[in-house]
Ligand binder design. Structure first.
Ligand SMILES: [Fe+2]
Length: 228
C-alpha cells in the first residue's frame, strides 16, 4: 500500500469513528516526530503495540480485502500465562461494505466481535477439525450476547448494531460489512497479531508500505523502524 493511501484511510476512519461518539485515546493524534520525542515515556504503547493498524493482508486490494484497526489496550502475555493480571485487549475496527477480512482462526485469543454501529456485520464461520483445519461438516456453536447459537458449517451470522458474538480459539471466521460500512468493537484475550493469526490462504497479516509521502501517524507495524 502507498503511504498516501494509508493516510487517507486514517482520515476517513477517524471521521467515521467520531461520527458514533467514540473517542480515541490522546496518543492516536501524536505525530511521528512527537512519538519519537516522547520515546522514553511510551514504552507501554510500543511494547503492547497500541495504535493504528491498517492492513490489506499484503495483497494490494484494500477495498476488497482489508481491515482498519486501532488497538486501544492490550495486556501482557506473562499475565495470561500466570492466569491473573492484565489478560485482556480491546480494539476498534472498521469493515467497509463488502470488504473481506479473510478466513482465519486464533490459537490463544478468544474474542468478542461487536457491531458498534453502522451497517450489518456478516461473519462466515466453521469449526476446526482435530488438526485445526476447517471442518466442512461440523456445526458451529457460539454465544451471541448470552444466547447459544448453532450454525451449519460455513453459515453466515448477521449482527445488527448492538449485537455481538464470542469466538473461541479454533472458531474459523471471515467477516465483512453487509450493505454498508460497520464500526466493530473487539474485546479479547491478550493479543499478539504477529503470531496468533492462522489464515486459510497463504497471506500476510500486515501491509507492505511504499513511502510516497510522510506518515500522518505511525502504524503499529512502523514502530520497530521508527521508534526502535
Ligand atoms: Fe479474528
Amino acid at each position: 500500500m502507498k503511504r498516501s493511501e494509508i493516510n487517507e484511510i486514517i482520515r476517513d476512519a477517524d471521521r467515521f469513528i467520531q461520527s458514533f461518539g467514540y473517542i480515541l485515546p490522546p496518543f492516536a493524534y501524536w505525530s511521528p516526530a512527537e512519538m519519537q520525542a516522547r520515546r522514553d515515556e511510551i514504552e507501554g504503547i510500543v511494547s503492547a503495540r497500541l495504535g493504528w493498524d491498517i492492513t490489506d493482508y499484503g495483497q494490494g486490494d484494500f477495498a476488497n480485502l482489508g481491515l482498519f484497526l486501532f488497538t486501544t489496550r492490550n495486556g501482557r502475555a506473562e499475565d495470561l500465562a500466570r492466569g491473573s493480571g492484565m489478560c485482556y485487549a480491546e480494539k476498534i475496527m472498521i469493515s467497509r461494505h463488502n470488504q473481506i477480512s479473510p478466513m482465519h482462526r486464533h490459537v490463544v485469543k478468544a474474542e468478542d466481535i461487536i457491531n458498534r454501529g453502522g451497517a450489518t456485520l456478516a461473519i462466515e464461520m466453521f469449526s476446526s477439525d482435530a488438526a485445526g483445519r476447517i471442518d466442512p461438516e461440523a456445526e458451529v456453536v457460539v454465544a451471541c450476547d448470552g444466547l447459544t447459537k448453532r450454525l451449519g458449517p460455513g453459515e453466515v451470522l448477521y449482527l445488527s448494531p448492538g449485537e455481538s458474538v464470542t469466538l473461541m480459539p479454533g472458531n474459523w471466521h471471515k467477516f465483512w460489512g453487509e450493505g454498508g460500512d460497520v464500526l466493530i468493537g473487539e474485546v479479547s484475550t491478550v493479543n499478539d497479531d504477529r503470531t496468533d493469526n492462522i489464515f486459510q490462504e497463504q497471506i500476510g497479516r500486515f501491509a507492505e508500505i511504499e513511502e510516497d509521502e510522510d506518515p500522518l501517524y505511525l502504524l503499529v507495524s512502523d514502530y520497530e523502524a521508527w521508534l526502535g
